[in-house]
Design a protein around this ligand. Sequence first.
Ligand code: ATP
Ligand code: MG
Length: 398
Amino acid sequence: MRRHRVVVEIAHAISERFGYDEIATPIFEFTEVFKRPIGETTDIVMKEMYSFDDKGGENITLRPENTAGVVRAVIANGLTQSLPLRFFYAGPMFRYERPQKGRFRQFHQIGVELIGVKEPEGDVEVIALGAEILRALGLLDRAELQLNTLGDAASRQAYRDALVKYFSQHAGQLSEDSRARLERNPLRILDSKDEADRKINDGAPGFEQHLTPESRDFFARVRAGLDALGIKYTLNPRLVRGLDYYTHTAFEFVTTELGSQGAVLAGGRYDGLMGVMGGPETPGVGWAAGIERLALMIAEPASPPRAIALVPIGEAGEKRALVLAQELRRDGFSVDLAYSGNLQKRMRRADKIKARAAVILGEDELKRGEAAVRDLDAGTQEAVPLAALKDRLAAFRG
Ligand code: ATP
Ligand code: MG
């Protein structure tokens, strides 16, 4: 959880510097909210959604991702009146898939959405934001940014036709999944993990030749922006999103450190999504990143501050310790207080929890208005007047 929290806190802080406000959408929505936006032919909708009927007979789904939920919230709350919108989120997502390292059924994502900016500089902004977060986590050099363009609707239609034509000639060798996608979603065949499909994919036509001049120009501006910011990328023509409302830029930060679960942050432009979901046509671009995958890669964060152990002896000491614990905690110390055990047992506990110091409150000491303060690293002990206790303990804060 410490690593997990570091990922979220850093992402949140940097998102704020870019002007992104945190948004929290419901963990579950009506199934329809996800079905069309994510796409009926995608893995997520075909096999990975946790959907069930609630007591009122409504079919609901635990969110498998958050873009659809954010867009739904924007439409439902009339926020399209105040564009552009910049949102950051962090929270649990659910997908029914085979659990393994870096792949869980409940996992967590951070993500951002920039809604209402049609210019390619918007794509540059969200990619730069993702890169800055990775940099702050010490991961930017350990991940490769892969970049592609899907063009606009006209480009996509032209490319789609070319793909259907090409794959139809090889339909016999395609996997069953891919054959099913041939008419409905031929772009998806391009990121198939099937061996046979991959061979056929090698010879497939590229998007490049099918881009309209406008799409070509858009992509050039995205690349120019990334170049200006010194953000390195490689072009990956196989990086696709199969759905019609995905346009222009698609990108993914990929690492080789997590085996086959190498995608840590993925996103793209979705200019058609708002319209598909029943809102006014509004451009959008964003990304999501798996917190567990990022957390696996980062260094162990600094440990929390070491505790001061209070060691009361006898009834008077116990009473004093209870109040002292409260006072010291208010002053910002981390305090450990056990409610039973003799001196020896309590000192052993202080060692075990790696306390920085122990404050021994014995009857005789209290009578003198003192406590015995033991520096557990140095092994030294001294009597300290109770009134000076806080100042003495402050020295252990380092
Ligand atoms: P993959 O190809 O690994 O299945 P995906 O394309 O399904 O990823 P996206 O929907 O783009 O993933 O989600 C964005 C990010 O969320 C991924 O890059 C990954 O870091 C993380 N992620 C996705 N699914 C899981 C999961 N089941 N467990 C943990 N993290 C996940
Ligand atoms: Mg997946």
